[in-house]
Each structure stands twice: as C-alpha cells, then as structure tokens.
Design a protein around this ligand. Structure first.
Ligand code: ADP
Ligand code: MG
Length: 263
C-alpha cells in the first residue's frame, strides 16, 4: 500500500449473526487500498461478499472487525465523500430526471439554483440532455442507470461506489454503458470502485482488478490491467485482453464452482 491511498480497507471481517440460525461469515480479512483517480474493480462469484464490502465502505454497515478510512478519516457512517450506485433501481418515481439528479444536493440544502446548475452539468455528462423533464418510468433501463450515476456524481464525492450497475441491462446496452462510464470517469476525474461478476467488464474498465474468493470473500489476487487508454470496445477482441480475462477466469473458476454448489 502506498501513502497516497485515498481509500483503505484494513483487515475487515464481517459475520452476519442470524436469530436461531447459523451465522454467515461473509468477509474474511479484507485489506486493500485505492489511490486517488484510480478505477478499481472487484470480481467474485455471487455470494462472495462484494455488496457487503461496498456497504461497509459506504458506512451503511459496520464491519465485525477491521476498519475503513477515506483520506485518513475512519468511516463510521455514510458521508458526502462517498456515493453509491446500487444494484437495484433506486430512483424516486415521482421525481423527474433533473429532480432525481439534484436530489442529494436538495437534501444537503444547497440553493435551488446551484442544485439545478450542477444537475444540468451531470445530466449532460451522462448523455441525458433532453430528458430532464422525464419521469423514471418513461426511460429505458440504460437511461435509468445513467440517472443514478449522474445523481451520485452530482454530490461531488471523492469516491464513486458502483455495485453491479449494469447487471439488469441487456448485453449490447451494457457494452455501450461501459464505454460511457469510461468517458464519465475521464471527464469527472473521480476515483471509482466497481463491483461486478463479469470479468470482461472489470478488465475493460479498470486499472486494477481485485479477485475475490468464494464465501467468505477474501482477496485471492490483484491483477494490474496495463492496457492502453483511452479504450474502446475493439480492445475486447485483442489477444492481450483475452489473455487477462482468461487468467482471472482461471483464478476464480473453482470459486464459482464452490459458490454454485453451496447456493
Ligand atoms: P455478493 O454481492 O458478492 O453476491 P453479498 O455481499 O450480497 O454477496 O452476500 C454475501 C453473503 O452474506 C451471502 O451469503 C449473503 O446471503 C450473506 N448476507 C448478506 N447480507 C446479509 C444479512 N443482512 N444477513 C444475513 N446474511 C447476509
Ligand atoms: Mg451483490
């Protein structure tokens, strides 16, 4: 770990105690760090504790032991330095695109004009211009996902936490969203931690991929992705890309099998 790390996760363990049932060990001794401006993904089988870790980093859930810090400050609750985009749709159906994007700023009691201005910027950045007045039900899945990313960016967090943001999208929309996320990352200069179970998505987007074992999730390996940027979808057909995906797949193949068996 270098001293310039923006996010540090230090020896985090998490066990869920369940009334009348066996407890579930979700995470074991997770230590990782992410530098300012880095794009890091965590890949792992379903049930390997990825969402649990993200919720701990966001401050929504306390670790059983270990700690998380952002810029040297220990995380104990959600804060404006972190913004999360959840797996499931979390837009407010009775608010327009512009109101949804501005929502965090409205909650923070920013003046209306400021909130509107910021919202407009991120609506444009996420390709939603022209849809400001639409309601969530009037949008496609890909567009709703963009609104969620825009809403997260609007509060100007240090770190964007993305939990399988494209899981509900069809394959083609998903690939388009991946390239858009890269340009949003470039433009906004945010630090991003993305969780996915899709290895090719992680390799395509990231500077570094952290590979999780099956439950209890632990870090199997960190793989540096030294593919040139800017990246476009053609990259996925190059031998370098394919061999990185293959390498990570081999790392987690047994873990996925274990996961399927235990599911
Ligand atoms: P992933 O996101 O990698 O699919 P999760 O973090 O959602 O995995 O879950 C990891 C494990 O912890 C799973 O076995 C899940 O059932 C369990 N788990 C998650 N949240 C809770 C909870 N609130 N209570 C009990 N068990 C939980
Ligand atoms: Mg999950």
């Amino acid at each position: 770990m270098t001293s310039s790390a923006l996010l540090r996760v230090d020896g985090v363990n998490k066990t869920f105690d369940r009334k009348g049932k066996a407890s579930v060990e979700a995470l074991r001794d997770i230590t990782l760090s992410i530098n300012e401006g880095e794009f890091v993904s965590i890949v792992g089988a379903s049930g390997s504790g990825k969402s649990t870790l993200l919720r701990i980093i966001d401050g929504l859930l306390p670790p059983s032991s270990g700690s998380v810090s952002v810029d040297g400050v220990r995380v104990v609750r959600p804060g404006p330095d972190r913004a999360m985009v959840f797996q499931q749709d979390s837009l407010l159906p009775w608010k327009t695109v512009a109101e949804n994007v501005a929502y965090g700023l409205t909650l923070a009691k920013k003046p209306r004009a400021v909130a509107a201005n910021v919202a407009e910027r991120f609506v444009a950045m996420t390709g939603l211009a022209g849809f400001e007045g639409h309601y969530p039900h009037q949008l496609s899945g890909g567009m709703r996902q963009r609104v969620m990313v825009a809403r997260a960016l609007a509060v100007d967090p240090r770190i964007l936490l993305l939990d399988e943001p494209f899981a509900a999208l069809d394959a083609q929309t998903r690939e388009i969203m991946q390239t858009e996320l890269l340009s949003i990352w470039r433009e906004s200069r945010k630090t991003i931690l993305l969780i996915t179970h899709q290895i090719d998505e992680a390799v395509f987007l990231s500077d570094r991929v952290i590979v999780f074992s099956a439950r209890p999730g632990s870090v199997l390996e960190e793989v540096q992705i030294e593919l040139p940027r800017p990246r476009d979808l053609e990259l996925k057909r190059t031998p370098e890309f394919v061999s990185l995906v293959d390498r990570i797949w081999k790392l987690i193949e047994n873990e996925v099998r274990t996961g399927i068996r235990d599911a």
